[in-house]
Design a protein around this ligand. Structure first.
Ligand code: CUA
Length: 159
């Protein structure tokens, strides 16, 4: 048997305990703040995806799929989102689908948990229920070239 000093054992225990504690903290805070992992909702051809008739991204915009439930198809390109303005009502549940027709972009919707990468060739999908009225700023958060800082959209949520 290898002899391990009593204090060494103690400190091994303390370091393992700290790791477990942090792991528990991460898991609890993740579930507590409702983090969802953005899903890959499909593979597309970035050269044709925004062509009318090829995919829903051919006519970007919002569709009502059931009362109070919407799907929003958004095309990202350097340096704008199409559409760039959305209007919803408090209580609306919206599933956002994003794709890029050129380079890698990102999207963060202010005061929501929507924060994901937008990659050419892939569809990124996340849902959100708007529970308060206001103006939500939508920003591209992945550097995508000279106009990156101008790439934004707005969501208006009213009663
Ligand atoms: Cu698109 Cu930065």
């Amino acid at each position: 048997m290898i002899h391990v000093d009593r204090y060494e054992k103690l400190w091994i225990g303390v370091s393992l305990g700290t790791l477990v504690l942090f792991l528990i903290a991460i898991v609890m805070s993740s579930f507590g703040s409702g983090i969802q992992v953005s899903g890959v909702a499909g593979q597309v051809d970035p050269r044709t995806v925004a062509t009318p008739g090829v995919s829903p991204f051919g006519e970007p915009g919002v569709r009502e799929v059931a009362p109070g439930q919407y799907e929003a198809y958004v095309v990202a390109r350097a340096w704008n989102f199409t559409p760039r303005q959305f209007d919803f009502k408090v209580g609306d549940r919206v599933t956002f689908y994003f794709t890029s027709v050129d380079v890698q972009h990102g999207v963060k919707i202010e005061n929501t948990n929507i924060n994901m990468m937008i990659l050419p060739g892939q569809v990124s999908k996340l849902s959100h229920t708007f529970t308060q009225e206001g103006k939500f700023f939508v920003a591209c958060h992945e550097y995508c070239g000279a106009g990156h800082h101008t790439m934004a959209a707005t969501i208006n949520v009213s009663k």
